[in-house]
Ligand binder design. Structure first.
Ligand code: R2B
Ligand code: URA
Length: 303
């Protein structure tokens, strides 16, 4: 399938012998497919993919990119490519694709299976992918942006466990080190907000899974919570979110250069509730977008 690209270009890999034998591949949760859509024509020029939880944020990212790159169309309207389904939303401007993934590991994992197949079917090469998102911080001023060095699990191990045929398969969560450094440099160029590189803990739950005291259920004390978060902090964890580990694992398997950029909305050692004003949250939410936007602009100017 990738025989059109030259040796210096790096393709998007799938590792599934069954795909070759299929007459058509339906990307069900995108409402796209290989026999209903011309994927190489629609997506063949994609070089940057940005993913994030909320469909609104991913739409606003593409509007921001269109303005920033001077690629704005006359109407400044960017249709949702996945309009036939409300599972995920997808937007595109030039070489930039923006896709929502919902909350949590299962949701982003389904999206990534279909996104990786989409990029593969479209014969895309040299694709960089970044997750932009929010997180709870440890020992950081709220609003600090964390570029993930390595995602770790709830035991602070740099791995993602997937159950396949009832057996636990352990996958590595390595991200692209060069890309993380490049993003840190972008933050220095911009000088608008603090950015650090550190490990990100990825959990399967927002409340008990992140040692919150404000869920519907809680069987531990404030002291237990602080002890756990201190242990996380001492192991190198800077922030906590819910998708980075499977994102890193799947991007690594498919040969995509990947990074995770999350703003911290609060300091978890000081509280659990999300009670900043909407204006403050809004400005925090923009930060990962601004950082990744700057990276894309720099890369495009250099090419
Ligand atoms: C960050 O924010 C969401 C929970 O509020 C979750 O998707 C995550 O990783
Ligand atoms: N997202 C998370 O997963 N946790 C937080 O504390 C904030 C955002």
């Amino acid at each position: 399938k990738n025989d059109t690209c030259c040796e210096s270009e790096s393709p998007v890999y799938v590792h599934n012998p069954h795909l070759d034998g299929m007459k058509e591949d339906v990307l069900y949760h995108f409402n796209l497919g290989t026999s209903t859509h011309d994927l190489p024509t629609m997506f063949g020029d994609v070089k940057f993919v940005c993913v994030g939880g909320s469909p609104w944020r991913m739409k606003s990212f593409i509007e921001y990119m269109a303005k920033d790159l001077g690629l704005e169309n006359a109407k400044s309207e960017y249709p949702n490519i996945c309009a036939g389904t409300d599972r995920y939303a997808m937007y595109k401007i030039g070489p930039v694709l923006s896709v929502s993934h919902g909350m949590g590991i299962p949701s982003i994992s389904i999206m990534l299976h279909e996104l990786i197949k989409l990029l593969h079917h479209a014969n895309c090469t040299d694709v960089t992918i970044v997750r932009i998102g929010t997180s709870g911080g440890l020992g950081l001023e709220p609003g600090t942006v964390v570029v993930t060095k390595q995602p770790v699990d709830a035991n602070f191990m740099p791995q993602f466990e997937q159950v396949i045929l009832g057996k636990t398969v352990v996958r590595s969560t390595d991200l692209d080190e060069g890309l993380a450094e490049e993003l840190l440099q972008c933050s220095k160029d911009l000088g608008q907000f603090n950015t650090v590189i550190g490990n990100t803990m990825c959990t399967s739950d927002f409340y008990e899974g992140q040692a919150r005291l404000d869920g519907a259920f809680c069987s531990y004390t404030e002291n237990d919570k602080q002890e756990y978060l201190t242990k996380a902090y001492k192991s190198g964890v800077c922030n906590i979110e819910m998708e980075s580990s499977v994102f890193a694992a799947m991007c690594k398997l498919s040969g995509l250069k990947a990074a995770v950029v999350c703003v911290t909305l609060l300091d978890r050692q000081k509280g659990d509730q999300m009670n900043s004003t909407p204006d403050v949250f809004h400005s925090y939410h923009q930060r990962p977008q601004i950082l990744v936007g700057h990276l894309i602009k720099k890369r495009l100017q250099a090419s």
